[in-house]
Every structure is written in structure tokens, then in C-alpha cells.
Design a protein. Sequence first.
Length: 273
Amino acid sequence: MSETAKVAAVQMNSSADVKQNLATAGRLLADAAADGCVLAVLPENFPFMGARGRDKLQHAEELGSGPIQDFLKLAANRNHMWVVSGSIPLKSTESDRCYGATLVMDSDGNSRNCYRKIHLFDVDLPDRDESYRESASMTPGDEIVVQDTPAGCLGLSICYDLRFPELYRRLTELGAVVLSIPAAFTMVTGTAHWHTLLKARAIENLAYVIAPAQYGQHSDARVTYGHSLIIDPWGRILAELAEGDGVITADLDLELPQKLRREFPALDHRVFK
């Protein structure tokens, strides 16, 4: 019988109230732990979504210290569960910009790794009066990061990264069998592409996908899509939450990704590498 690990994706509607957001996240992480999860992933921007992109700078922390990181360490330790932070603002070398960063906390509350979002969402939505310029307040990262966890080797990414399949190929080459894709997809792009892109990343890499999302209207008038998902390496949706605060969980068969990669060796058949 294959070994399994239960994981969770946490869905939220974060606001500009950090204290309230942390309280909500704490409650939902406790729910995941009570359901037997060994790892839970929070959505992008879980501690703060302000009225303007630059507002996050006032909450940016130095790596290793600060109230948001203290919360994550305490939540992981208290729940005896690995916690992946979705994204939080971390200070960069530029005073007018910060990183959007995913931190991985182990079940003892120790920080194991940090991924800084590489691809920044600088777009004008087609046929919409809706524009985003993350680069105005964020510094891009440049390091591809994987982390061994009780649910397998986890490949880290954030939101807009989802549209760049070459990142996930590199994560797979580095050993990832589970892909963490926390997001705050807009309603427009989510409706059009969210399910399709997430299924594609799972199928083409024969990897699990954990994709917690923001949902609903936020302080900046943005409306996010929700539909947090957990997907298996064959592209099957194991769990989904369309809207509302909540937690979805799934039992991951830890042997399935490698079994599929042996039996259906598409990754070995690549010509262009």
C-alpha cells in the first residue's frame, strides 16, 4: 500500500487589515491541522491586500524577523504542520520596492526556505479598463527553489509564474513532485485560464499541484477568482473551493508521480532541453 500525505490549500479574502488576515489564516490553518494535514499552503498576499500596490511596503519585513514571520513560525509549531506562506512582503535592496516571497516553515516552526516571485504581473487586460504593474512596487527574484517536505519535494512559485512553463520544467528537473502555486488571479484571467493552466502544469510535469487562491473583492477594488484547487499528476481535480474562506484537503499518493513518470516517460522523451 502506497504511503500518503494529506495536504491543504487555504482560501481567503484578504484585506488591508493585517491583524484580521492573520487571525483568519490562523483559524484556517488550525482547521487543516485538525483534519490531519502535514502541509498547508496559504494564498498569495495572505497577510495584506491594500488599496495600492505600494501600500505593502509599510509591512515589508527583513527575512527572518517581523510579525508576519513570527505568526507563520508560531502557526506551524502550534499545529505541528508544515506551512507554506503563499506570499508575504519582504524587504529588498531597493527602498521603494519589496519582494513577494514564499516562506516554508517546518512543523517545529523553523524557516526552511524562501522563494522570491520571479515573474511580475505587468499587464493590461484585453478589452478591459484594468491594468496592473507589480514592478512598480516589487523587485523580481532570480532563484528557482525546491524544498523537501513530508508531502514530497515541493517546487515553489507564485501566481503569474503559472504562465511560464519553463519554470516548472526546471523545478521538475530539480526533483519537484508537488508544485505550490498560491495566487490572487483576477476574475477575468481566472475565468479564462486558471483551471486550464493549472491542469497543464500538473499534466506536463506529472506532478501534484496545490493552488490556494484569493477570492472576492479587495481593498484595491480588484476582484479575485477563487477556485482553490488540488490536482493530481494525471490532471484530475482532487479538491476545489469556488468561493468563501475555507480549506480544501487531499491525500497525496507519494509514489504516484514517480510511478507515472516511469510508466508514461514523457519527461524522458524531451528533445529540446
